[in-house]
Ligand binder design. Structure first.
Ligand code: GTP
Ligand code: MG
Length: 427
């Protein structure tokens, strides 16, 4: 991966950013009717979480080069970027996308910075981790430049090893979940034993607020060998239960931010990690989004380049745009949209499918081409899609039709990414 090492880049990009921000610019061009996926940004202070959030949502939030700028979590709408099937299917008049690119809404949460031992009350503590309860996945934003210490204090470039920032977040999340599980644990588990309540139910009830159900607990427990009597489980054993649940319910991707100023050796170290790491520059994405918003360039999130359309730019603005262009070219984009897409497709294993009422025109009954896009699990069947469209359609399901092949598909047929499906049901 090519990295540009330019200390001045960010200052330069600042010229492009001088505008007043307003809320959510990218209009949601399609509706996603199932429950919206929720993604949280977490990590140590000053790593660039709010910059990521601002670039992805264009919401007006505070960004500053010191720890704990964010105290109350920010909630906003980011988007998944997908290719609309209209181009491939040569459908004219698709109004659900922009030039074949479609953006589907996702919830994004920007959580306050976390430091090691937050569960013991360090930094802001970890009470605010409650904001992670509804998150389906976590983007762990780390500072690849090494210009902030473990607590987010500014230091010289490359003075901090970003690998040190990685492990602690998982531990803090585990300790947070463990704290919830342990509340009245002895009493509850003992009573459960006497009343013969399955342990899965007891744990799921304790952790209901974290979004855990009995099936999740069963899966987690099946991966462990624990004693028969839960009331005798040690803290260590409970922690192992929690770790499994966290892996299942709060999958984490690492976003190595600030690559625009990261030393090559940091990038190398992170590339060699046996983990999914996405390299990005939230500041570059924010600068591009801002320039696009003010009509200086044409750019959509996830584009690998941009076109300058603004007139009368100052010398400083032109230079800033040139530096951005060179960065985006070498880095193959800013990396931010790729990060969001990887969370949805790789971490959460989702696909996007397009239900239609008319399989010939790939439209609804009013002729609207590809009116809806649903983000569903990779295992989603035709019947399950029917239920997502409407309970009544699920109940009265007859068969599906794959609009590409015009073949009938049965209720148990597993859908694939990009499928355009008509559901036939009893009228
Ligand atoms: N060069 C560069 N600077 C960045 C990037 N992302 C963020 N920054 C800078 O890093 C500093 C911290 O950014 P914030 O977004 O406020 O960080 P945060 O993680 O939200 O911080 P807390 O709210 O304190 O936890 C600011 O000075 C940003 O301008 C990036 O990709 N590149
Ligand atoms: Mg912040």
């Amino acid at each position: 991966m090519m990295i540009v090492i330019m200390m001045t880049v960010f200052c330069g990009w600042g010229c492009v950013i001088e505008v007043v921000y307003s809320r959510i610019k990218i209009k949601s061009l399609t509706c996603e009717k199932s429950v919206m996926i929720s993604i949280a940004l977490a990590g140590k202070p000053n790593s660039g979480k709010s910059t990521f959030f601002k670039a992805a949502t264009m919401a007006d939030v505070e960004i500053a080069n010191y720890p704990f700028t964010t105290i109350d979590a920010n909630h906003g709408i980011a988007h998944l970027r997908v290719e609309c099937p209209c181009k491939e299917l040569q459908l004219e008049d698709c109004r659900s996308c922009r030039d074949g690119v479609r953006f589907l809404p996702l919830e994004l949460i920007d959580v306050a910075g976390l430091v090691p031992d937050a569960h013991k009350g360090r930094g802001l503590g970890n009470a605010f981790l409650d904001h992670l309860s509804r998150a389906d996945a976590i983007i762990h934003v780390i500072d690849a430049s090494g210009m902030t210490d473990i607590e987010g204090n500014p230091i010289g470039r490359g003075e901090h090893d970003p690998l040190e920032d990685i492990g602690f977040l998982e531990r803090e999340i585990d300790m947070w979940i463990l704290g919830i599980l342990q509340r009245n644990w002895k009493r509850i588990s003992k009573k459960g034993g006497i009343e013969r309540i399955p342990i899965e139910r007891i744990i799921a009830e304790q952790l209901g607020g974290v979004g855990v159900d009995e099936r999740d607990v069963r899966t987690a427990l099946s991966r462990l060998e624990l004693g028969e009597k839960p009331e005798t489980w040690s803290e260590d054993e409970l922690l192992r239960v929690v770790e499994e649940i966290r892996r299942l319910k709060k999958p984490i991707i690492i976003a190595a931010n600030k690559v625009d100023i990261a030393p090559e050796e940091n990038i190398k170290k992170l590339e060699e990690l046996d983990r999914d790491v996405i390299f990005l520059s939230s500041a570059a994405e924010l600068a591009l989004m801002t320039a696009a918003k003010t009509g200086v360039i044409t750019y959509l999130p996830g584009d690998r380049g941009f076109r300058v359309i603004g007139r009368g730019l100052s010398e400083a603005q032109r230079r800033a745009l040139e530096r951005l262009e060179s960065f985006v070219e070498r880095n193959n984009g800013t990396g931010l949209q790729e990060c969001v897409n990887r969370v949805v497709f790789d971490l959460l294993e989702k696909i996007v499918v397009y239900p239609v009422e008319d399989e010939n025109r790939c439209s609804d009954k009013n002729g609207r081409v590809l009116p809806d896009a649903f983000i569903v699990d990779r295992s989603c069947t035709t019947r399950e899609l029917a239920y997502k469209v409407h309970t009544e359609i699920g109940d009265s399901f007859l068969f599906g039709i794959d609009a590409r092949t015009r073949m009938r598909i049965g209720e148990r047929h597993v859908l694939k990414d990009g499928d355009v499906i008509k559901i036939a049901s009893v009228k």
